[in-house]
Design a protein around this ligand. Structure first.
Ligand SMILES: [Zn+2]
Ligand SMILES: [Zn+2]
Length: 158
């Protein structure tokens, strides 16, 4: 899914600032920078990828601050945390983004997004069939991505 344009990005970061003020939490430079990075990203960032990008930007922000800021972003509802079975969380913007599920490559860790209306309609019905009132769901399909499959097939041929 494409990253937001600069106006939308600035607006979402501003929403986070407003949320912090509403919670009586200080708006700090690290919080601003991390929010801008995660909200402006079109991929699924981990603490590691965020730390690397901050370093590349010349920002000296500690890991503990990154963790805390990500928790705040999730609490604000602007960002969602995903568990892709890697043992750590990956974060992505939810605001202004279409509802989607994920395909996760178990070889290279690539995450692909998909949206399927039929599936989204089906899951609450399945809940219903079990006398279960659906509230929310997440679908993750684990497998091997096209590139990794091709690499494997190439390896077999040579
Ligand atoms: Zn792969
Ligand atoms: Zn996603």
């Amino acid at each position: 899914m494409p990253s937001p344009d600069s106006a939308e990005r600035a607006q979402l970061v501003e929403r986070f600032r407003r949320w912090l003020r509403d919670q009586r939490l200080p708006v700090t430079h690290p919080r601003d920078v991390i929010a801008d990075l995660v909200i402006g990203s079109d991929s699924h960032e981990s603490v590691g990828t965020i730390a690397a990008q901050l370093k590349a930007r010349g920002e000296r922000i500690g890991t503990a601050t990154i963790y805390r800021t990500l928790d705040l972003l999730v609490r604000s509802g602007l960002v969602r945390a995903n568990e892709f079975g890697e043992g750590f969380r990956r974060f992505e913007r939810v605001a202004g983004k279409e509802r989607h599920e994920h395909l996760v490559c178990v070889r290279c860790g690539r995450v692909v997004e998909f949206a399927n209306e039929r599936l989204e309609r089906m899951l609450p019905i399945i809940g219903d069939e079990h006398g279960f009132r659906h509230e929310r769901h997440r679908v993750e399909i684990f497998g091997t991505c096209r590139d990794c499959l091709q690499r494997e097939l190439g390896g077999l041929r040579s």
